[in-house]
Design a protein around this ligand. Structure first.
Ligand SMILES: *Cc1c(COP(=O)(O)O)cnc(C)c1O
Length: 426
């Protein structure tokens, strides 16, 4: 029997398995198209009767190798790369919902996902109710309606650094016959595998830690293969009833445990086209090869910075789930025992204006929109990523007006702390 490989080994080796004489390193298949000997062979591919490459909008060998590596890391049955994390979020929702449907989401989520759910998908006739993820299960379950198709949350909320009780959410979803989708961007599969706790679909912005070098925007959707679509056939006709765009093929019958990810690929990607480029997939793979090493350093550095901030008298508050006494410390011990992420949120005494001045005085840490890469960076969400939100929405999203999102990189922790200290004293 083949031994199940550890995450570290999967990071380095999974996905690309060259045969004798083939390149050791994943090649970039920079080709839109693939050649066949007979017209009949090609026809079978279009009818999904055979699997094979024909056009990079649907599938490409470089992308597939990287998707397969991430699927193995998350413990899923299949995955699909997308051009961005936003595309991964939208596709994962839209693969299950159509006009007239409804989503229940945690309120402490990424600002872009909040806009997608609260504004853009609403225009498509798909409504969303936001809930306090820390509320008792009965309160959250009460938001679920007969037309609800998805429950959604982030393992670690960006930027509030809330920790999702994934088991609680999975129970609520499953007892209502709907899947749980978890955005695992900040934790990465190194620190948490939501599928092991009951999540059905896992998504990532690979732009963050997975790439890790702030060079490539991308996303991925991973299918656990565990949700029984046919058991709730009336809720998910897109998966359990014939698709007229493939001569009446039914995904749950034709593809079994891979029904969700196959539909996302052959239907949504075919029609909406937010593909990852093979060039960028190659770069994402380079990031994956060192993900396990980088996450360790991000987390140990962030722990030191958080402890420094917690002791500093100029600091009003610090949220980092690795800090004893943090609201999410116990949940982090359960779901993230080896470390959470490199992102800390904190506020300074004196509020918003002092925060802005502090950020302007940082030298090593740069003000950028980005988080979660090798270089330490900083952002003021109320002025930047979350500026579309009202004050009420800011509070619900866990974004205090004075919140500074500090993304600790993999430099020397003492240098990062020295930079914070000089900026606090300036
Ligand atoms: C950045 C981010 C996204 C969006 O990803 P993009 O790659 O920027 O489109 C989604 N979810 C979380 C948690 C993020 O941090």
């Amino acid at each position: 029997m083949e031994k199940k490989q550890s995450r570290e080994t999967l990071c380095v080796q999974a996905g690309w398995n060259p045969k004798t004489g083939e390149p050791r390193v994943l090649p970039i298949y920079q080709s839109t198209t693939f050649k066949y000997d007979t017209s009949e062979q090609m026809g079978r591919l279009f009818d999904l009767e055979e699997s094979g490459y024909f056009y990079t909008r649907l599938q490409n060998p470089t992308n597939d190798a990287v998707a397969d590596k991430i699927a193995q890391l998350e413990g899923g049955v299949g995955a699909m790369l997308t051009s961005s994390g936003q595309a991964a979020s939208f596709f994962s929702f839209f693969n299950l919902c159509s006009a007239g449907d409804h989503i229940v989401s945690s309120s402490t989520i990424y600002g872009g996902t909040f806009n997608l759910l609260a504004v853009t998908m609403k225009k498509m006739g798909i409504d969303c109710t936001f809930v306090d993820q820390d509320a008792p299960a009965e309160v959250i379950a009460a938001a679920i309606q007969p037309n609800t198709k998805v429950l959604f949350g982030e393992t670690i909320g960006n930027p509030s650094i809330s920790v999702l009780d994934i088991e609680k959410f999975a129970k609520i979803a499953h007892s209502n016959g709907i899947p749980l989708i978890v955005d695992n961007t900040f934790a990465t599969p190194i620190n948490c595998r939501p599928i092991e706790w009951g999540a059905d679909i896992v998504i990532h912005s690979t732009t963050k830690y997975i790439d890790g070098h702030a060079s490539t925007v991308g996303g991925v959707i991973v299918d656990s293969g565990k949700f029984d679509w046919d058991a709730h056939a009336d809720k998910f006709p897109g998966l359990t009833e014939p698709d007229p765009s493939y001569h009446g093929l039914t995904y749950s019958k034709a593809f079994g445990e891979k029904a969700f990810i196959t539909k996302a690929t052959v239907q949504l990607m075919r029609d909406l086209g937010a593909i990852q480029s093979p060039q960028n997939a190659f770069i994402i793979n380079l990031g994956l090869e060192s993900l396990h090493l980088r996450m360790e350093r991000h987390c140990s550095n962030a722990q030191k910075v958080a402890e420094y901030l917690a002791k500093n008298e100029k600091v009003a508050w610090v949220h980092y789930c690795g800090l004893k006494g943090d609201k999410y410390y116990d949940l982090a011990q359960k779901y993230l025992p080896n470390g959470s992420c490199g992102v800390i949120s904190f506020g300074l005494k004196g509020g918003r204006e002092v925060a802005i001045r502090f950020m302007d005085n940082l030298q090593l840490a740069a003000i950028v929109t980005h988080v979660a890469d090798a270089r330490t960076s900083v952002l003021h969400p109320a002025s930047h990523t979350h500026r579309q939100l009202t004050d009420e929405q800011l509070i619900a999203a866990g974004v205090a007006p004075d919140l500074i999102r500090f993304s600790v990189g993999i430099e020397n922790a003492n240098d990062i702390i020295d930079d914070i200290e000089q900026a606090l004293n300036a």
